[in-house]
Write a protein that binds this ligand. Structure first.
Ligand code: NAD
Ligand code: MG
Length: 407
């Protein structure tokens, strides 16, 4: 697939345009001075919101992935804009030859289909949907290699690591050229990756009080403003578990080389310690627009609409080792990263069902990670499941988790 010519805008398909990452991505596109264009916007059910975005960004194609969604808000737009419905509509829009970059910003395992189709069509995949790699990291990288696609990180930690890795280019590489090349090629120079984590709202809460935290408390993230599901994942630290798995695939490193530190200020977005002992960190305000922009622009540096750090203000940056008794999701994530195979699909499915149950007031907060552990313990591990088999295991794990919750 040929990318747009230099003076033409790079054409972006924003999957999950009505979400939190979608909004930040559209901000980046609006501020790009015509370098980036929103060619496809997708939403699951929020058709009125999608119609508003379509009037502002004028994409050629809209996709509503839930075929049952209310179509009325899009009726007028259908005269001028192609509107597709259902998952097949998403397949069609993503694989169109007109698209240069697919931004995967759908939440949960539902995002895997779009990521898969994008790589099947040899596109550049700007990946926010970490669940795609949790479910099927190995298969997605095989697919990217086979069809000439690439996966660029959007998650702030992985973007930080990518930027830090770009600091150790081979001497003969022209300045700047290494930034977009495969950072996994530098893995021999890495002693360890250090993912930072804010620790969420319950970092200091007495352990026995975790049983009684409310949905509102769990949704009050101290530093980041995000969609509901990832906000709960941040409170349990399942988000960090998923990021260990994500890093394992993106940077092709074993989980022993992927550490986690608690950094409550969310200024250091992650670090790389190299074999010579140098530690390179990337810092900035907690704002997703920079990592999104880097991924949409092939990791090139440009002006960004995100605010910069205020250096006139005194600030302290703290770093603590995580308490794994408080956050058992971290060792769970390391284990899933080591095992690979079917483990990620099962844990992800159990987590989605458990988080939805917590949000609906059906289970207490402290049970979420335990449910994921139990479902993982009881599943029959498979080393090399196909994509179809992963979807089947995902469905089974969802049903088992539902049963576990209702018992
Ligand atoms: P969100 O809940 O705000 O938005 C989700 C989007 O996905 C919406 O556009 C929604 O219409 C769409 N969607 C929901 N269910 C769908 C389905 N079944 N099929 C198709 N589309 C569906 O979520 P978010 O916070 O923007 O997160 C999106 C992804 O990015 C997640 O995987 C998350 O882990 C990742 N991420 C988010 C942030 C952040 O700051 N929000 C940071 C890093 C990574
Ligand atoms: Mg992150």
């Amino acid at each position: 697939m040929k990318e747009s010519q230099k003076d033409e805008p790079r054409r972006i398909a924003v999957l999950g345009a009505t979400g939190s990452i979608g909004a930040s991505a559209l901000d980046v596109i609006a501020a790009s001075g015509g370098r980036l264009a929103a060619a496809v916007l997708t939403a699951h059910r929020q058709t009125a919101k999608l119609a508003g975005l379509a009037r502002r960004f004028r994409p050629e194609t809209l996709v509503v992935t839930d075929p049952e969604a209310d179509r009325a808000p899009l009726a007028e737009l259908e005269r001028t804009t192609r509107v597709l419905y259902g998952p097949e509509g998403l397949d069609e829009a993503v694989s169109s030859p007109e698209i240069d970059v697919v931004l995967a910003a759908i939440v949960g395992g539902a995002g895997l289909r779009g990521s898969w189709r994008a790589l099947e069509a040899g596109k550049t995949l700007a990946l926010a949907n970490k669940e795609s790699l949790v479910l099927a990291g190995s298969l997605l990288f095989d697919l990217a290699r086979k069809n000439g696609g690439r996966i660029l990180p959007v998650d702030s930690e992985h973007s930080a690591i990518w930027q830090a890795l770009a600091s150790c280019r081979p001497a003969e590489t022209p300045y700047g050229a290494s930034c977009g090349s495969d950072p996994a090629e530098r893995k021999d120079l890495v002693r360890r990756l250090i993912l930072t984590a804010s620790g969420g709202p319950f970092r200091n809460k007495p352990l026995d009080e975790l049983r009684r935290v409310t949905v509102g408390e769990a949704l009050a993230h101290p530093t980041w403003k995000m969609g509901k599901k990832i906000t709960i994942d941040s409170a349990t630290m399942m988000n960090k578990a998923f990021e260990i798995i994500e890093a394992r695939w993106l940077f092709d490193l074993p989980p022993e080389k992927i550490g986690v530190v608690i950094h409550p200020q969310s200024i250091i977005h992650s670090m790389v310690e190299f074999v010579d002992g140098a530690v390179i960190a990337q810092m900035g305000t907690p704002d997703m627009r920079l990592p999104i922009q880097l991924a949409l622009c092939g990791m090139e540096r440009r002006r960004c609409p995100a605010p910069s750090l205020d250096w006139s203000r005194a600030r302290a940056l703290e770093l603590f080792p995580p308490d794994e008794e408080r956050f058992p999701a971290i060792p769970l994530g390391r284990r899933v990263a080591r095992d690979g195979g079917s483990a990620g699909a099962v844990v992800n499915a159990a987590n989605e069902v458990a988080v939805a149950a917590f949000l609906a007031g059906k289970i207490p907060f402290h049970k979420i990670t335990g449910i994921c552990q139990s479902i993982l313990e009881h599943h029959q591990f498979e080393q090399e499941p196909s994509l179809e088999r992963l979807f089947e295991l995902d469905r089974q794990a969802r049903t088992e988790t539902q049963t576990w919750i209702s018992d």
